[in-house]
Design a protein around this ligand. Structure first.
Ligand code: PTJ
Length: 246
């Protein structure tokens, strides 16, 4: 039991979730390494959501609200850290949720699909019984997608995705949006919109701003998107990383 008075309470709670998920058998073997890398980047951001991240999130919500078939892709780490927040965001913004694993095994997919059902979301895509197709007809697991979900989607949110897949998705002409604490990752560079923030802060933030953006007219949403430049925004994000003593 971690004491709330511990100065690293929030961070340790996240570790606890990752450890629990690992014991449950639905995380990738390298999930803890990925989480640790994320922690290090987040530490350099002082575990705060930055202005460029907020800007990217306004663009994301605008894109998802204007999309015909928006989909949120989920994997082991995302499920462990923010399953309820993802479900809430998907419902608020009217997006589908699809399981997509870098290290896909039927066992992991079944466990993750069951978890979403247990948490009140029966319509999860990408399960073992789902109808799968290949993006750009590339017959490799990185290009596989649910026909009702990512395969036909026009806008896709990919928290913690790998670079190959981000590239395939982006080249398929879909609006590809990542959440990745590493602004230098191939995923961040390949995506159309890169949110350099911790997924645990980013998803609730986007749920919060969706209500407001839903009230706006289409023209304003299109303006928000048109004024955004991902390359410049990533450069601005990168400048905010620093290590210094308090
Ligand atoms: O469940 P699977 O099989 O799909 O596997 C998931 C992982 C994350 C293990 C897999 O996709 C992987 O190995 O990813 P990478 O290549 O290590 O990339 C993960 C990226 O996510 C890194 O750039 C991390 O900095 C970043 N990251 C880690 N934790 C967070 C994060 N970004 C945002 N929020 C986090 N909490």
């Amino acid at each position: 039991m971690i004491s709330k008075s511990h100065p690293r309470y929030e961070s340790l709670k996240l570790r606890e979730k990752i450890v629990k998920a690992s014991k449950s058998g639905y995380l990738a073997d390298s999930a803890m390494i990925a989480h640790g890398r994320g922690e290090a980047f987040d530490y350099m951001l002082r575990e705060k959501t930055t202005l460029p991240a907020k800007r990217a999130m306004y663009v994301t919500v605008a894109m998802m609200l204007l999309a015909e078939n928006p989909v949120i892709s989920v994997n082991g780490n995302t499920t462990a850290l923010v399953i309820d927040e993802i479900i809430e965001f998907a419902k608020t913004i009217n997006a589908k949720i699809e399981i997509n694993l870098f290290y896909r095994t039927d066992e992991r997919v079944d466990k993750i699909a069951s978890l979403y059902r247990e948490h009140g979301y029966p319509g999860i895509l990408g399960s073992n019984s789902d109808d799968i197709a290949y993006i750009n007809e590339i017959k490799n697991p990185r290009a596989s997608a649910s026909k009702k979900g990512i395969y036909t989607s026009d806008t896709i949110l990919i928290p913690l995705e790998d670079g190959d897949r981000a590239e395939i998705l982006s080249k398929s002409g879909k609006n590809t949006i990542c959440i990745d604490l590493n602004p230098l990752s191939r995923t961040s560079k390949m995506s159309d919109v890169s949110i350099v923030d911790n997924v645990v802060r980013a998803i609730p933030f986007m749920t919060k701003i969706t209500g407001d953006l839903k009230m706006q007219d289409e023209k304003l949403l299109r303006n928000i998107i048109e004024e955004f430049n991902n390359e410049d925004n990533l450069k601005e994000s990168l400048k905010l990383f620093e290590i210094k003593e308090e």
